[in-house]
Design a protein around this ligand. Structure first.
Ligand code: ADP
Ligand code: ADP
Length: 234
């Protein structure tokens, strides 16, 4: 059974009496182990759909199931537990600028009251995995964009999630840095067995790492399936 399932999802925003249909009857299954791409132009509804997976957005109608659980029908406590199983990384990294790399990665562990010695071991292991073992004491402003995203990835993985959401995670990076971040995400998928959902507006990124893709346009699901079927390689 799918790890994430969208069933007839619609989302309407109303502002100044103008209604925007951000998502229009989307049904989609994401299987365990997928690197699933969500592609479409700006305003297509990609971020809205992504943020429904950890209930940062709630559908106007339809249901979102994560591991078979309807995430809009659970208690606040259950939702907080579910969110520890779903990591997220962002285009602009969202690091705390006043905290060093170690402390940024430690945040999710501090929030779940992990003992100090366990935090040290775990953060060291995460920094090694992302290739930043020598940057623990650096501040975000001392890092390149690619290094900042590696910190974002380490922080997102701190609680050992089974799902990683990537919201335009390489859109602020140059092509070479994008390549290296995509290779790291492939290792996250293969070595750590993390299911990845990757929002982007770039086909090349999808072709590089995704096995499946859904194309959104104006809130509608235009096409979905295996990347090799949806985008035939030139
Ligand atoms: P993108 O996904 O293209 O990077 P955003 O998701 O930030 O950009 O926004 C896409 C569109 O949604 C923009 O036109 C923006 O103005 C609009 N938008 C985003 N958030 C809000 C909001 N809270 N209220 C109104 N419009 C918003
Ligand atoms: P994408 O990520 O593909 O750029 P979004 O999911 O951000 O698209 O936005 C889809 C549509 O919903 C856009 O028309 C956007 O303007 C609108 N939208 C997104 N968030 C809000 C919001 N909080 N309030 C009003 N409109 C929004």
């Amino acid at each position: 059974s799918p790890i994430i399932s969208f069933k007839n999802i619609s989302k309407e925003y109303s502002r100044n009496k103008v209604i925007t249909k951000a998502l229009d009857n989307i049904s989609l299954d994401i299987e365990k182990g997928d690197i699933y791409g969500l592609i479409g132009s700006s305003g297509a509804g990609k971020s809205t759909l992504l943020r429904m997976i950890n209930a940062l957005e709630v559908p106007t109608s339809g249901k979102v199931f994560v591991k078979g659980i309807d995430i809009n029908e659970i208690s606040a406590k259950q939702l907080s537990m579910l969110r520890k199983d779903i990591g997220i990384i962002f285009q602009d990294f969202n690091l705390l600028e006043s905290k060093n790399v170690f402390d940024n990665v430690a945040i999710p562990l501090i929030l779940k009251h992990t003992p100090k010695n366990e935090i040290s071991t775990r953060v060291a292991e995460l920094l090694k995995f992302v290739g930043l073992e020598d940057k623990a004491l650096s501040l975000p402003k001392e890092l390149s964009g690619g290094q900042k995203q590696r910190v974002g990835i380490a922080r997102a993985l701190a609680t050992n999630p089974s799902v990683l959401l990537c919201d335009e995670a390489t859109s602020a990076l140059d092509p070479n840095t994008t390549e290296s971040i995509l290779e790291l995400l492939q290792r996250v998928n293969l070595e750590l067995k993390v299911t990845i959902i990757f929002v982007t507006h770039t086909i090349r990124v999808i072709q590089k790492i995704c096995n499946k893709v859904a194309i959104l346009d104006g809130g509608k699901l235009i096409e979905h399936g295996r990347v090799i079927d949806v985008f035939s390689n030139p």
